[in-house]
Design a protein around this ligand. Structure first.
Ligand code: ADP
Ligand code: ADP
Ligand code: ZN
Length: 216
């Protein structure tokens, strides 16, 4: 099974992808994570992407599609969860080609429907484990034990430099202008399954499970 989690920044894509990895043995392919890694390592891609990401704009289609292509090859028979990709029509078309070249097909595009004002709150309160990357939130998901990661027990956490008020607005505008318009591309093929992304994390997870199990 190969699925896309589609939704604006802060919709809960990473949170749900982490859960699907844990429970279904699928593999999360997050272009945001790949780009942040490239920036941290100072690779040529990272050097090109850094300022664009800090501004909240989109990195070039060619760069992100190449990153996805590299990660698809070693997947074997594991399913892919595309998180934060595709974000433009050109990326959607590139993904179709990448998948068909590997004899894979897209099963669902799960659209997380959310309210924009809530997203600003979600993004500005977001932090994650410095060791394993597990996602947390200042209000909605604090670690069970103070300053200790639920998943790996680490005590260090990090925040993204682009998770600030100003950049968030640009990222939401980019989503509206370039990413939301790819929905019809998938609606034509009856792949889109909208769900309520404003529900609590566990309820969103149940809705996704129902779709993947063919019950919705
Ligand atoms: P995305 O990957 O779509 O940008 P994340 O999964 O990182 O979004 O979620 C953004 C922030 O909102 C995180 O801090 C996360 O803990 C929190 N969050 C995710 N899903 C929900 C939810 N259903 N309700 C409340 N907060 C959530
Ligand atoms: P979020 O889901 O919170 O918006 P991501 O981690 O997916 O954040 O992306 C962070 C930044 O990385 C984006 O604002 C953009 O600059 C860049 N980026 C990630 N994925 C893509 C993509 N598919 N196409 C273009 N730029 C991307
Ligand atoms: Zn951790």
């Amino acid at each position: 099974m190969n699925i896309i989690l589609l939704g604006p920044p802060g919709a809960g894509k990473g949170t749900q992808a982490a859960r699907l990895e844990l429970h279904r043995g699928m593999v999360q392919l997050s272009t945001g994570d790949m780009l942040r890694q490239a920036v941290a390592q100072g690779t040529p891609v990272g050097l090109q992407a850094k300022a664009v990401m800090e501004a909240g704009e989109l990195v070039s289609d060619a760069i992100v599609s190449a990153l996805i292509g590299e990660r698809l090859d070693p997947l074997g028979d594991k399913g892919a969860i595309f998180d934060g990709y595709p974000r433009t029509r050109a990326q959607a078309e590139a993904l179709d080609l990448l998948l068909s070249e590997r004899g894979r097909k897209l099963d669902y595009v799960i659209e997380l429907e959310v309210d924009e004002e809530a997203l600003v709150e979600r993004i500005t309160g977001r932090f994650s484990c410095g060791k394993c990357g597990a996602p947390y939130h200042d209000q909605f998901k604090l670690p069970k034990v103070d300053e200790t990661c639920d998943v790996c027990g680490a005590h260090e956490f990090k925040r993204r430099p682009d998770d600030n008020q100003k950049t968030v607005r640009t990222r939401l505008a980019e989503y509206r202008a370039k990413t939301a318009p790819i929905l019809p591309y998938y609606q034509e093929r009856d792949l889109v399954r909208p769900i309520d992304g404003m529900a609590p994390v566990d309820a969103v997870a149940l809705a996704i499970d129902a779709i993947l199990d063919g019950a919705a």
